[in-house]
Design a protein around this ligand. Sequence first.
Ligand code: NDP
Length: 356
Amino acid sequence: TKKTVVITGASSGLGLAAARELAKSGEWRVIMACRDFIKAETIAKENDFPKDSYLVLHLDLAANSSVRQFVASFRALNIPLDALVCNAAVYFPNAHKEGAFFPGLFPGGGPRWSADGHELSFATNYLGHFLLCNLLLEDLKKSSVKPARCIILGTVTASINDKEVGGMIPPVADIGRLEGLEAGMKAPVTMIDNGRFNGAKAYKDSKVCDVMLMRELHKRYHASTGVCFSSLYPGCIADTALFREHYPVFRFLFPILQKGVTNAYVSEEEAGKRLAKVVADDNYAQSGVYFSWGGESGTGGAGGADAVENVDASADRFLQYGSFRTLKESEIGGEAGDDERSKRLWSLSEKLVGQQ
Ligand code: NDP
């Protein structure tokens, strides 16, 4: 019998590539947890997913009620859950630039809001996944696959240590003392630190929270449940739809820069293989850790350097993009490594989703 993995945002980019890899392996049934049912069904068919290897279930992470409905629909299927991948995300890099320089040149648009009244990248990328993980933990506990896994996508710009060049590019992630969350995280509050709205920073901040969520889940539940919680940075997949709201000139130049200059570029297909390994490969059955890949060219190509050639994260001042490394729980630094704030984030998030 096949093992079951839920992947959020499996209708595009990394989530789709990992779903394809796992569905075609013959060993996994992929539950594609997607906000656009038709898009997900169509894309699974276009990608020749074997019929018995996938199922689309509706999930809109930007509505707490949709997360609860998703969990109810999943349980109604009466199948075990062996892995959960929190992958979906939105990114509004220019939403705060209204009126900058010439009117009309930067259309801006300002903050967008979830069904529950929270800034949309915070709600989608982090809060919806917080609720989903909390609810599905019960199901992961019952998995007969040991260990069951819960994987939460991070990113290099979440600055989990002070060595990643990618984490130093402004606006730098900064969740402050969680002032925005303390104030209820509803309009006019947009940012976790209650600062001025900045769409690019809101994305990075949400990803810091994702890594904190992974660490906190590990601390609270790994020993008692055996479930492995991990995060990863799959390399820079510079041409996914994540950048759909960036300027055309950025979307044109960004992949060229990442391929030719930084060597951080990775294709959707290769990144999908990396994520699929974290789901399925025994080498990645670790908890509380953050797996970080370099670009495709620097790692010996597809399936290149991985756990076997791990690089000591504390060795270099500035880590090279070409190297794979596993950051253990104690090596995850920056804001994401702050235990007190992680705990506070957890309890404030419980309040926001009404899970207390
Ligand atoms: P994509 O935009 O290609 O995919 C994002 C997915 O999330 C889409 O399937 C999208 O659905 C889905 N989604 C968005 N909003 C919601 C919602 N409210 N409810 C449910 N699903 C939703 O981006 P990527 O594949 O690039 O990103 C995937 C993950 O990888 C993200 O967590 C991102 O932070 C991370 N990442 C990406 C990097 C990159 O370079 N691209 C680098 C490091 C990390 P739809 O198909 O309907 O739009």
